[in-house]
Write a protein that binds this ligand. Structure first.
Ligand code: M6R
Length: 609
């Protein structure tokens, strides 16, 4: 997730306005920033690594000439957060300049093709193929107007993008386009703006117009023109007035980042399928050859590791040890060695306990692999191979979208390993692959259909002094994560156990009306879970089930339930099953008027041990 903004102004200089608009988009990424303007047929460009204020202090982003310009604030996905990888990116001639938010899936093939045609690349980004490909199209079709050259070029791109491009030889236009990454126009009295999000231009205008997938936009002194990229049809669309405050706009109209991020999960999950195959293959090769594998993380990331340990062993027949990073050195600091492989998982890539565990293992010559949402973080720098989880910045302290993104990447790794190790039939793998790809839609359905019910259940049980979370098999990890969410944002004491463990002690806490949340995926644990539910009911517990929509047996036993679509393979179940638990925690927090985005005593990134 990055932020793009640009403008075609009537009189003023564009750069200072782009600079201030990018500041309002900084929540979408802050690894680097850049602005390009056009004046008298020349492109002027400044960019730098770091947050906008730091870069501005060093290179003054405001003094570029011209009333037309494009800008970008970056959240690194392809290529480290370095100056060379900062946007805007240009072609070989420096006449075409592009900003981009999204992921070009086929960039590697395009890059090789363009390099063979003599193009020189300066960055490691996927974006840089775009200006070079436009340059190439232009070479072949020199008579086409720039917007048509861009239109032709876009037909070759696979993946997601919101782009904007300027061309020094046609200095009176900006061409933008969208596919699966947000793009919105702002129509003001002093000019036209394009942006990733409304807050970027909200102080300038409240008249906004959303661009849809597959659309191209041409901004000129006469206004805007929208075309369908494939059919070339002109699209008539008028702006609408938005009545958001700036604070609401940053949250896309949601009251809190936590609920915004819960709703973003269909999109962030889709992004996890745009991972570079190459890295998944490389990491699964390392895992396949490993003698012993530790999955090391804290908090929510640890729960992703716990779920992954079931995925790896059940699918790929590969045993792994999930370990709390804060315990790793005590438990394995002396035994970890050259034959050990560490797969560290961390949203921030900066968690002190995780870094310390990894550093210890590294000193003892273990192989370090990692999964993180923050490219360029300490973890990426000390890993042999890392994969970015592509969830974009997560602002709420409670991890939600980064958890499901971690799970999706781990599931993809487990599937690759299963293939490599030949333990699972091809048809089973095909079914799982297909189900995995359906998850964004499934999650979308859950978010849309279960929110109101989660709110009602939160209200009904808000006065409970204690809650239980139970799950069996891979759902143990889901139950642990559901409980952590509730604890951290609603501050309700709650206990979690594998369902089978409950009768070895915790059941003594059960008394009349105590709510017990069961995560009930439909697999071979089903019968035992039903017995566990009966044990709890017999002692007066109220059962809240997270269940599949067609699981009438569970629904009939439960006092309340939240449901997910049917036929979810058990191995993938934590992704959909955790969504109702995230919603429940969020609404519980609201019951007590807690701000779920900033829970007391917690920090987004825990950089102390
Ligand atoms: O950045 P990390 O994934 O390494 O962070 C680990 C934990 O601090 C984090 O998951 C924490 O538990 C969250 N607040 C959970 O919502």
């Amino acid at each position: 997730m990055c932020g793009i903004f640009g403008c075609f102004l009537k009189n003023e200089n564009a750069a200072p306005l782009i600079h201030s608009a990018l500041k309002r988009l900084e929540y979408r990424g802050y690894d680097s920033v850049g602005i390009a303007t056009i004046s008298n047929g020349t492109i002027f460009l400044k960019k730098g690594q770091g947050k906008i204020d730091e870069v501005h202090k060093n290179i003054n982003l405001n003094d570029l000439p011209g009333n037309i310009g494009i800008g970008h604030t970056r959240w690194a996905t392809h290529g480290a957060p370095l100056q060379v990888n900062s946007h805007p990116h240009s072609d070989c001639t420096g006449k075409i300049t592009v900003v981009h938010n999204g992921i070009i899936e086929n960039f590697n093939d395009l890059k090789i093709e363009l390099q063979n045609l003599g193009h020189t690349f300066t960055s490691k980004t996927d974006t840089e193929v775009i200006p070079h490909l436009i340059e190439e199209t232009l070479k072949n079709k020199p008579d086409l107007p720039f917007e048509e050259v861009v239109q032709e070029t876009l037909k070759r791109l696979e993946g997601s993008y919101a782009i904007a491009t300027i061309f020094s030889q046609e200095p009176n236009k900006i061409v933008c386009a969208r596919n699966e990454s947000p793009l919105v126009l702002g129509i003001g009295d002093n000019g036209i703006y394009f942006a990733s999000d409304i807050p970027a231009f909200l102080p300038l205008t409240t008249r906004a117009l959303h661009i849809d997938n597959g659309e191209l936009v041409i901004l000129t002194a006469d206004g805007y023109k929208i075309k369908n990229i494939q059919t070339n049809q002109t699209i008539e669309r008028l702006p609408e007035t938005v009545d958001w405050t700036s604070d609401m706009a940053v949250k896309d109209g949601y009251p809190h980042f936590m609920i915004k991020e819960i709703h973003e999960q269909p999109e962030t999950l889709r992004n996890t399928f745009r991972l570079q195959e190459h890295y998944l293959d490389l990491m699964s090769t390392f895992l396949d050859r490993a003698t012993e594998i530790f999955l090391v993380a804290c908090g929510t990331s640890y729960h992703a590791c716990l779920a992954a340990s079931y995925m790896f062993s059940k699918l790929a027949f590969l045993p792994t040890y999930p370990v709390y990073a804060s315990e790793f050195i005590e438990q394995y600091g002396k035994s970890v060695n050259i034959d050990s492989t560490i797969l560290a998982v961390s949203q921030s890539g900066e968690t002190a306990d995780t870094i310390a565990a990894v550093a210890t293992a590294q000193q003892r010559a273990a192989t370090i692999l990692s999964l993180t949402n923050t490219i360029g973080s300490t973890l990426t720098r000390i890993s042999r191979v890392y994969i970015g989880t592509q969830a974009g910045p997560e602002i709420s302290v409670a991890a939600t979208k980064t958890f499901t993104s971690q799970l999706s990447v781990l599931a993809q790794l487990a599937l690759r390993l299963a293939k490599k190790r030949g333990k699972v039939s091809q048809s089973e793998i095909d079914i799982l692959d297909a189900q995995l790809e359906k998850l964004p839609d499934i999650v979308d359905t859950i978010v849309k259909t279960q929110q109101e019910k989660a709110k009602q259940i939160a209200h009904k049980y808000a006065n409970s002094k204690l809650l239980f979370f139970l799950g069996k098999g891979i759902s143990t990890a889901t139950a642990f994560e559901g409980r952590l969410k509730l604890l951290e944002v609603a501050y309700i004491p709650s206990v979690v156990f594998p369902a089978g463990e409950s009768k070895h002690g915790p059941i003594s806490l059960i008394e009349q009306d105590l709510p017990v949340i069961f995560v009930c995926q439909k697999d071979d644990t089903h019968k035992t879970v039903i017995s566990n539910i009966m044990e709890m009911k017999a002692r007066g517990a109220k059962i809240i089930a997270i269940t599949e929509e067609d699981d009438h047996e569970i629904k009939n036993l439960a006092d309340d339930y939240l449901e997910v679509p049917k036929n979810i393979p058990s191995i993938l179940s934590p992704i959909p099953f955790v969504i109702p638990l995230q919603l429940l925690a969020y609404h519980m927090a609201l019951e007590f008027n807690h701000n779920p985005d900033t829970p007391r005593n917690l920090a987004k990134s825990v950089t102390v041990r």
